[in-house]
Design a protein around this ligand. Sequence first.
Ligand code: ZN
Length: 402
Amino acid sequence: MGGIKELNGLIDGYEKEMVATLSQMVRLPAVSPVNGGKGEVKKAAYLKDLLERWGFKVKTYAYKDPTGSPRPNLIAKYGNAKRTLWLLSHLDVVAEGERALWKTDPFTPAIKDGKIFGRGTTDNGQSAVASIFALKALKELGIEPKYNVGIGLVADEEIGSAYGIAKLMNEGIFKASDMYVVPDVGAADGSEIEIVEKSALWLKVTIHGKQVHASTPEQGLNAFRCMVRYLAKVDELLHKKYKKKDSLFDPNVSTFEMTKHEKNVDSTNIIPGKEVFYIDSRILPQYEVDKVLGDIKRLSKGKEFKGARFEFEIIQREDATKPTKSSSEIARLLANTIRKQRRIKPRFIGIGGGTVAAFFRRKGMPAVCWSTCDPVAHQPNEYAKIKDMVADAKVFAALFLK
Ligand SMILES: [Zn+2]
């Protein structure tokens, strides 16, 4: 039987193998087929094979997305206990973004200064690797875990989880009495445990006016002018009306940001007859998403927009859930383990992004998010620190000691 010292020593010895595993994952990009990528098939097959070679049983749940591509999710369990403590990471990655901003190829791993560079290294490869090596260490030392170790490597997280956790929730895999750790959020020193998320509302707005020559504006309807005036009103009203603060979050307020703007006309002398733009709102749980949406729509009915037609399309909507209690068993277990392993005092926080934890919280299942990482997810030159990956594996393994 092993204890914490043996576990930590064994995991230190895994470092090279962990680096090789994360490197191989970078070479198997899992961008959603809906966004023109290849999906998780190859990456899932690689990890399934690895886990099976270590002697674990792995079940694959694959769901077809609208492009007809299978989206595999892997589930592995270990132990003979009644309850399961789950470690849930996602296999998919976002696209590389602007290629010119990368110093190395986003899908060829590069190791420098103790970091592995590549798309998907921090989000969410590091945690996937840390989880499976924590599991390997428990088995290798013959440790009978206090809870069953449940490893979930899920698909489609980056664009809403429709072919990942949303479908898995209906398979009868996850029990209300289980506990859930989602290592997909983190601070650089590992001191933040996320227990609640803001609501998210992504809105596409189209304004139809009338395109004419720029010398005769009176004959048309300038959609660009409508957009500018409309957004000024939206910006002012939302920030004024929804201004509550909540210190659990950073930033501590709701955010309302105009983001993407689609190309309009090709020439300076054309008055645009159509504008398409996007608003990204992250709303504190104190407010109802429907109220915000209602205000955004209502503002388009002003007199100054007479003749223009507004269309609203919800691209994504996630209503905030009740937080996981900081006094819940999993929150306390994780906080204690971090305190012992790292000698730091963790604190509980809320974030503006979304993770798969919300799916569990919505059903009243306790889920906490934690990992150790720099804030480089979705950025060019994304990286994971090797020492963070190894240290997180030690925390994960320690969660299962009696
Ligand atoms: Zn992620």
